[in-house]
Design a protein around this ligand. Structure first.
Ligand SMILES: [Zn+2]
Length: 125
């Protein structure tokens, strides 16, 4: 996220967690403002004009447009839905796990390779 997007996100999060933060008469309002948890900057607030979903979508589209080739999407091998993180090895949607899949695949590849080596060795001996 850009610096402005981070400020907007923090502003939204603070609002979401502490609705009291938007009561300007509340002493905490000034504190949150001083700490940078909320903002009165109209340029930042404009980012949130369309609501949080709109902000998320616009931010995601911008990130994909600017650095989409650097982003790795990790899909579940069973249901093909997007996992929670790029390195997740279990699916939050269908609960499929593939922690051992790579190990099993590695064992199979090593076993296959060893058998091929044996086969070739026996051909030339
Ligand atoms: Zn799945």
């Amino acid at each position: 996220m850009t610096k402005d997007e981070k400020i907007a996100w923090r502003h939204y999060s603070t609002h979401y967690k502490h609705e009291i933060a938007f009561d300007k008469k509340n002493p905490r309002y000034k504190l949150y403002l001083q700490k940078g948890w909320i903002t009165e900057d109209p340029r930042i607030l404009k980012l949130l004009d369309g609501g949080i979903e709109d902000f998320r979508e616009k931010t995601a589209v911008r990130i994909l447009k600017e650095s989409g080739s650097e982003i790795v999407f990790n899909y579940c091998p069973k249901c093909n839905k997007l996992t929670r993180t790029p390195i997740a090895k279990q699916c939050q949607h269908c609960f499929h796990k593939w922690h051992e899949a790579e190990k099993i695949e590695d064992i199979w590849i090593i076993s296959f390779y060893n058998n091929m080596v044996k086969a070739f060795t026996s051909l030339f001996n």
